[in-house]
Design a protein around this ligand. Sequence first.
Ligand code: GLN
Length: 207
Amino acid sequence: QPRIGVLAVQGDVREHLRSLAAAGADAIAVRRPAEVAEIDALVLPGGESTTIDKLLRIFELRDPIRERIAAGMPAYGSCAGMVLLADSILDGTHDQQTLGGMRITVRRNAFGRQVDSFECDLPMPAVGEEPVHAVFIRAPWVEEVGDAVEVLARVPEGHGLASGHPVAVRQGNLLATSFHPEVTGDERVHAYFVEMVQAALATGSAA
Ligand code: GLN
């Protein structure tokens, strides 16, 4: 059983712990720098990316996490977590930093500030034939993808400006979704991540 941490400084930590456990991982909350050394992989939950960024610095988690990601540790960011994994962001606050690692440009609150939440059935063949019911909550979308970034899902046609934008992406051991699979009781995205972690551990690409 891979040991997968959930960054627990802010956001919907409990839902990810539950989804990871249901997907067969040993899931633990991560709040201290020492805990970053004890995990095989990390989930960055949804919440508020500006707040999480500040807390990462205050709790001295930013550097240890960046080092592990740079060394190949698998990570999965959902919503605010996607913002944190992006190398570059649009509509961030003036002093907002990301952890980075993924060669993507992400637009914060892309679905429009007035639209607090948006839901749709999203084809995501990597996790299975049945579409994923995707819940977006003041979510980002991906504006640009760089080399070696695989698009796993895009907003389907019929959703105006959102249509066509990538909302699930993978680059090596890094996974990001704009939506919140942890709130729907469908564990397939978490199971996909657990398999990524197992494969990384088996091939030694996860340092
Ligand atoms: N709008 C938030 C941000 O930019 C993300 C919202 C969420 O994670 N549900 O950080």
